[in-house]
Design a protein around this ligand. Structure first.
Ligand code: SF4
Length: 236
């Protein structure tokens, strides 16, 4: 069983700037689309109504811990429950991450770092501390294990440290890597190289996500293409 620890945050603002391919980059208005967490007969809930409103900043660690404790008390959760630390910004950029993981460690619960890009990691040694605090799983947005591609497409200011951190996570806990695939950028031989690296480091999986640049390719959050200029390109 998993329980969420939502740290809040705003895509782009709390990720050290937008990745080139971020679906939130062109969002200018709040849209409530509904999700699997909505109660029956209702479109919109605390989970999905905050994903696209682009207004809530990070919550401080004490607030996240307090909400978590209340949730745990009310739900009488089993002992092997995993805390999924997640948010709309990037977990690796969350300034209170070490305080939060230390607090959850004190509750005796293991942790999953949900969908982090690693863009907030300037020193890979933080991985050792997070593992010591009880992080046993992460979903890590990889894009590519080539630092130059991460710098160009994710605007990762310290891509070497992020790739080193990914490697250390792979060696010390369960990693599900994830990549949005952009044709001609991180597919083909580049993707094969990333897969080889991830496999040799011990990653459990690589989730490949199809890039939707226009509405007919599945884009739902805005009318505008995410990356102008490649809308005519075949994205199959
Ligand atoms: S890290 Fe994720 S949420 Fe932030 S800009 Fe990149 S794709 Fe968007």
């Amino acid at each position: 069983m998993q329980i969420m620890a939502d740290v809040g945050g705003i895509p782009g603002k709390n990720c050290r700037g937008f990745c080139e391919y971020c679906y939130f980059k062109t969002v200018r208005e709040a849209k409530i689309l509904g999700c699997k967490n909505c109660p029956p007969g209702q479109i919109g809930c605390p989970h999905c109504s905050t994903d696209t409103n682009m207004t809530r900043d990070y919550f401080p660690a004490y607030q996240v811990l307090s909400t978590l404790q209340t949730d745990i008390f009310q739900r009488n959760i089993p002992q092997d429950t995993m805390v999924n630390i997640t948010g709309d910004g990037d977990i690796s950029c969350y300034p209170d991450l070490l305080n939060l993981t230390r607090g959850i460690k004190d509750m005796g619960l293991p942790m999953h770092l949900g969908y982090t890009s690693g863009k907030g990691i300037d020193d890979a040694n933080i991985v050792d501390t997070l593992i010591n605090h009880g992080v046993v799983e992460t979903t890590y947005t990889t894009f590519s294990t080539d630092p130059a591609l991460r710098k160009r497409w994710m605007h990762d200011p310290t891509p070497e440290a992020s790739v080193e951190a990914l490697k250390r996570f792979c060696e010390s806990c369960d990693v599900h890597a994830a990549s949005i695939i952009i044709p001609g950028v991180n597919d083909g031989e580049e993707l094969a190289r990333t897969c080889e690296n991830l496999e040799s480091w011990g990653a459990k999986a690589l989730i490949l996500m199809r890039f939707a640049n226009t509405r007919n390719q599945g884009l739902i959050l805005s009318e505008k293409p995410i990356i102008p200029g490649i809308e005519q390109q075949s994205i199959e």
